[in-house]
Ligand binder design. Sequence first.
Ligand SMILES: [Zn+2]
Length: 229
Amino acid sequence: MALVVLVIQRRSIVTICLLLIWLAVFGVVWAQLLPTRKLVVIDPGHGGIDGGTSGGGLVEKDINLRMGHILRGVLENNNYKVVMTRTDDSDVTHFVPKVGSRYQRDLKGRVKLTEKAQPCGLISLHVNWHKEAWRRGAIVYYQAGEKSGLMLAELIQKELNTIQETQRQARAADFYVLRNTDVPGVLVEIGFISNPDDRRAMQDHNWLARQAEAIMNGLEIFLQQRTPM
Ligand SMILES: [Zn+2]
């Protein structure tokens, strides 16, 4: 009797072990077949006591945040993973030691989050202002000397030019967050808060959603060209 129980137990153990091995192999194969969800960092500029620019009763930080949430939705619906440097009306100082000014800590916080995430793209969102109210349209900036940033900026600029009916060029600049992150990054000024038409558009959810789709389209082309299938 004892011998029979022993045999049955040994058989059960062998069966369980085989099942576990099969599950492990199946899991690994399945994970390989699933498309990798690409990670993007969205960085809505300013926040908290730092409102950024303003005009016509609108404050830049609010538009950046709203645009950030809309872009996040568009990207997540298209199989991207998203990390946002801020999701509410706060700055990004709480990730770094309390050394230096609030402004410096805010920028360092954005860099730290981006470096930790190691995304395939960093998109900082801002709004422009100019004393000449006729100026309008999105401008995409990249860190001077960074080839991948230039490529990403040109592709997003092209998409935004199409839907905004502008003919702008991506511009080189020197921004702390772009300079100090080792990922393809751009800073998108979605329009001019000083221009009445742009300002009206920025308050329109559907308009913001179209800009978000244009940004994603530029990013998609960038990723396809960088890593051809
Ligand atoms: Zn700004």
